[in-house]
Design a protein around this ligand. Structure first.
Ligand code: FES
Ligand SMILES: [Fe+2]
Length: 333
């Protein structure tokens, strides 16, 4: 890990790092909180994650190969099992360990944590009877705090977003509720004008009231959004979205968003999976691309909030920073 890493050494919570299908027999390199990691799938299907630099002479284990249950370094053939046990052809009796990370697979994702302290449970959430429309990944080239600021602030939905947003920030009814380990935000107001194709698919109409409520928790950093629509007569529309978003610090300047999107079935039989789910996934992912675009336009990557002229919808940012700091950041912000 770089000594200049901004994140706490030893993130002890589970972080979703890759889609399960991204890890096959060929090793893949990733970063988590500034640490370079190589992940690989053994012959029996287990996934291992070890520090990228070979402890012998620092070759990247990402150019190694999987043999049986081991990852074999391409330079001198030392091998490593998923727990980090080292086998060296010239010193077969020597017992050595390489840094290994704990790994588990669930929800179509590979979750990684440092092997320290008691193992916490995986994050869990209720799908509320909704169907998974897809899981999308985005890499945001800004630090964790700035990424979280964007995704827990509602004002920009009127300007940056094209589908999931409020027509006018002055008409948003906004409320926050605070707990020691969570922030809750409720927003409601007139919905932006929808794309006609999407409108038809989900049976929402211009003039609907949009409600975008979310809760952010910090072990690991996660926001769960509940998005619903009301007709002008106050009737809840059938279509709604539940969005589960993880914020994963890859390194000082890059944050990975892992977003699971849940919706009701909107088309019968396989048509939902073949047509509706891909559209819902694509529309949501495009909205997230607009967030990424906005974050890329930041004039600098200063994470300090104090000198800024914050508005009335920004209060939750300060509250989130207080709760984020003890778990993630290696210095006070
Ligand atoms: S550098 Fe990996 S075995 Fe020598
Ligand atoms: Fe946004």
């Amino acid at each position: 890990m770089s000594p200049a890493c901004r994140y706490r050494p030893g993130l002890r919570h589970w972080h979703p790092l890759l889609l399960s299908r991204e890890v096959g027999r060929r090793p893949v390199a990733r970063r988590l909180a500034g640490q370079a990691i190589v992940l690989f799938r053994t012959a029996s299907g287990r996934v291992g994650a070890v520090a990228e630099a070979c402890p012998h002479r620092r070759l990247s284990l990402a150019v190694g190969r999987v043999q049986g249950e081991d990852l074999v370094c391409a330079y001198h053939g030392w091998s490593f099992d998923p727990e980090g046990a080292i086998r060296c052809p010239l010193m077969p009796a020597r017992r050595q360990k390489h840094q290994a990370f704990q790994v588990c697979e669930a929800h179509g994702l590979i979750w990684v944590r440092e092997a320290i302290g008691p193992q916490p449970p995986l994050p869990h959430w209720s799908s509320d009877g909704l169907m998974l429309a897809g899981t999308v990944m985005h890499h945001v080239p800004v630090p964790l705090e700035l990424t979280l600021d964007n995704f827990t602030e509602v004002e920009h939905t009127s300007t940056i977003h094209q589908v999931f947003g409020f027509a006018d920030p002055r008409e948003i009814k906004h409320r926050i509720e605070l707990e020691p380990g969570a922030t809750h935000v409720w927003n409601s107001g007139p919905q932006k004008w929808f794309l006609p194709l999407f409108n038809g698919l989900i049976d929402n109409r211009p003039g609907d009231c949009f409600a975008n409520d979310w809760v952010t928790t910090f072990e690991p950093l996660l926001t769960i959004y509940e998005q619903t629509w009301l007709s002008p007569e106050g009737k809840l529309r059938r279509f709604r979205l539940k969005v589960v978003m993880f914020f994963v610090p890859l390194d000082n300047a890059v944050t990975q968003l892992v977003t699971l999107i849940f919706s009701p079935r909107v088309l019968p039989g396989p048509l939902h999976r073949l047509l509706a789910a891909p559209i819902i996934r694509a529309v949501t992912s495009r909205e997230l691309n607009l967030d990424v675009w906005a974050l890329k336009q930041l004039a600098d990557l200063d994470t300090e909030l104090n000198p800024l002229s914050l508005g009335p919808l920004d209060r939750v940012l300060l509250e989130n920073r207080r709760r984020l700091q003890p778990n993630y950041l290696s210095k006070l912000v």
